[in-house]
Design a protein around this ligand. Sequence first.
Ligand code: CA
Length: 196
Amino acid sequence: MKQPIRFVRIIGCLVIVLLLLTPASYADTPAPIDDWMETIEESYLNRAYIDMDGAYLGQCVDLAFFYAADIFDHVGFRQTIGLGNANQLFWSASDDYFEAIPYQGQPPQVGDIVSWDHYANGHVGIVFEVTEDRFFIYEQNSNMMGTAPVTIREIVAPDYGLPYMSYQPIGYLRPILETEPVEPTPAPISVIDVQH
Ligand SMILES: [Ca+2]
């Protein structure tokens, strides 16, 4: 009986090692972010724009305001993301709610707000997918008139400049949210109980 028991132990250990080595994935994205992206896909993407501040119709910052208001739904967005133009939000966001990570060549994470500094007011978008050499954002104001719906833009490495400009991002605002607790996978009973 020794051999089967040893085999089960080895398999059990391999399963645990594989679980520990599994890289972070979208499953690690906090639920409020996932829920917000679902709302965008179902109700706004290529359909409607969002005007949170009542000025200039659907600006890019309105989407960031909407995002902040939704994922921190117990407090107004002015107290979390702050006020200002797109190129000011990186510094005005409250560090109780967002970690401001300066751009140093690294890719963002899903859920980050990316800020760029170009023209007078800058630009922001919310990252919904990251691949090996590019990431994708939801954005507004793609027609510069404020009347365009929420759209998608692809941002390509290495400098992550906007396609129509070549500015690097100022940085990433990363929401400070709890990730979903991961239920530990119980070890096979035979591994725990059998002692010799
Ligand atoms: Ca507006």
